[in-house]
Design a protein around this ligand. Structure first.
Ligand SMILES: [Zn+2]
Length: 288
């Protein structure tokens, strides 16, 4: 594997922990995404919160998350916590994944801390081989270069994607994507959560058209026609499905099912839908 040495050296630069297990564990945890493929479609939710960023900082247990997945037919889910420190996010995700190692895929949450060098905590989490990506939220962490660039650099070096909620900050997203072409950036909500501004979403489509390292997450996208337009412009390989759940309205399962139906109801080919619903994130996370 040609990238092995580079990735290891990279992680060692950031962490005091030996990164020796990184690729070995990664291979071991490469649970076949095909295992859960009823009818050739493997549904992977790429955006699930163990802890949300809402006012109540709502938490969901891994048991509840897996119950929703079972009810809706979701094979695996990317899980992470926000509204907490990086260290806590790592511990919460570790506990969840220890209970459901075949179903849950953890991301580490990147949030600067005055007392500790967070970049080392992120690198150590990635070096452990279980964490497969990094979550960044502009609601809690500035996307200014002097804060976020070390994280983007590490992600590119480690070969893991960053799921970034940039809360509509197009200029910041553009700067990150252009500055770190080796880093895969998944833009949450195609730019902004529940956006009803077609021009803003078009600008994020422009960014994805310009930068091949940019992918678009369909969770919380209410202008559903923009998803079809994105497929037309970029190809279905650049879109990633997620629920941004769990969400209690109207109920946990119905919320997730509605997000799934949002994609299934589009006038796209089965191939395109399969890409969006699971294949693309499986490829980015090297699940298959
Ligand atoms: Zn979210």
């Amino acid at each position: 594997m040609p990238g092995t040495i580079t990735r290891r050296h990279c992680l060692r630069r950031f962490t005091t922990a030996a990164a020796a297990g990184f690729l070995g564990q990664q291979t071991r945890s490469q649970l076949s995404a095909e295992e859960h493929q009823p009818g050739g479609e493997c549904v992977i939710d790429s955006h699930v919160h163990l802890k949300h960023g809402d006012a109540a900082r709502t938490e969901y247990s891994p048991e509840v998350i897996v119950q929703v997945m079972d009810a809706v037919g979701i094979a695996r889910s990317v899980v992470f916590a926000m509204s907490t420190t990086t260290q806590q996010s790592i511990q919460m995700a570790q506990r969840a994944v220890a209970k459901f190692p075949d179903r849950l895929i953890p991301f580490v949450y990147a949030l600067p801390h005055y007392e500790r060098p967070v970049i080392r905590e992120i690198a150590e989490a990635l070096a452990g081989g279980i964490f497969r990506g990094i979550k960044i939220h502009a609601g809690e962490c500035t996307l200014a270069e002097y804060v976020i660039d070390p994280v983007l650099k590490l992600a590119g070096c480690a070969g893991v994607p960053c799921l970034v909620d940039c809360v509509g900050h197009l200029a910041a997203a553009r700067r990150m994507a252009r500055s770190f072409p080796q880093t895969t950036i998944i833009i949450a909500h195609m730019g902004r959560y529940l956006s009803r501004d077609p021009k803003l979403i078009d600008q994020f489509l422009d960014l994805a058209a310009e930068c091949p390292n940019v992918f678009l997450d369909t969770s919380g996208v209410v202008l559903v026609e923009k998803i079809s337009e994105a497929v037309e412009r970029l190809g279905s390989e650049r879109l990633i499905w997620g629920t941004d759940g769990p969400h209690p309205q109207p109920d946990l399962a119905s919320f997730a099912r509605a997000e799934l139906d949002k994609i299934r109801g589009l006038s796209l080919s089965p191939e395109e839908k399969a890409n969006i619903l699971g294949r693309n994130i499986a490829r980015l996370l090297r699940l298959s």
